[in-house]
Ligand binder design. Structure first.
Ligand code: TIU
Length: 226
């Protein structure tokens, strides 16, 4: 068992039953001209976490954790995109419309690819999800069960939308989750901070949180000793 100095108290995990879930680190949210930017958002805050997510993934790979990447992605015929989602708000271009990186939030398009610095390695799990939560209408639950996963270490974008929704879905399914504070981001820094606070409130009602700096010193040798 490995112990992380987290909030609201220590988070303990075993590498063989723990997965990193890297949420929606795709060009559509992180680069100019993607879905996030078309909603009117400033992408700088989310782009800034790419090196932290890369460091977290490298750490997880060294410890032998299961690595899962998600993408918010719709089928080309948009049959998995509820009209309510497509029509919401007043964006310049909508889900499925052509943009500078191909059709917005559509599987296989250039904008739907995970940015190269944090892209999946061969053998890692990739989940295309039509919703904000990664469990909704996906095989994620079955995949985690097949790998014997009990705990999730979560990162990605955006903190108060897909990351939070996924954490709440996971919590209700019995997973113990740690959100890596500075390997997640929102377009709105105040929403990021408030989301961390609410998720770990009430004794960790949804999850634990910890900065990357508390995880990186942990090595496999520490598990052998503990
Ligand atoms: N708009 C926003 O903040 N997020 C999303 O639409 N998707 C994810 O969070 N991935």
């Amino acid at each position: 068992m490995i112990t992380i100095d987290a909030l609201p108290y220590e988070f303990r995990f075993e590498p063989e039953s723990t997965a990193i879930v890297s949420i929606d680190m795709q060009r559509d949210f992180i680069e100019p001209g993607g879905f996030g930017a078309t909603l009117g958002n400033d992408i700088r805050h989310v782009a800034a976490i790419v090196p932290k997510v890369a460091a977290l993934l490298a750490w997880g790979r060294a410890l032998g954790l299961t690595i899962v990447h998600t993408r918010e992605a719709h089928l080309p015929d948009l049959s998995d995109c509820p009209p309510a989602k497509r029509l919401r708000g007043n964006p310049k271009i909508r889900i499925g419309d052509p943009g500078p990186m191909g059709r917005l939030l559509v599987r296989g398009e250039p904008g739907n690819q995970i940015v190269p610095q944090v892209a999946p390695l061969p053998g890692e799990l990739v989940v295309d999800k039509p919703g904000k939560g990664a469990f909704y209408a996906t095989a994620l639950g079955a995949m985690l069960e097949a790998h014997g996963i009990k705990r999730l270490i979560v990162c990605g974008v955006t903190t108060e939308v897909c990351v939070q929704t996924t954490l709440r879905e996971a919590n209700d399914r019995g997973y113990e989750c740690l959100l890596v504070e500075d390997a997640a981001a929102s377009y709105f820094p105040q929403f990021h901070a408030q989301t961390l606070e609410m998720l770990r409130s009430q004794g960790g009602i949804v999850c634990w949180t910890a900065p990357l700096s508390t995880l990186l010193p942990v090595t496999l040798e520490m598990e052998v000793r503990s």
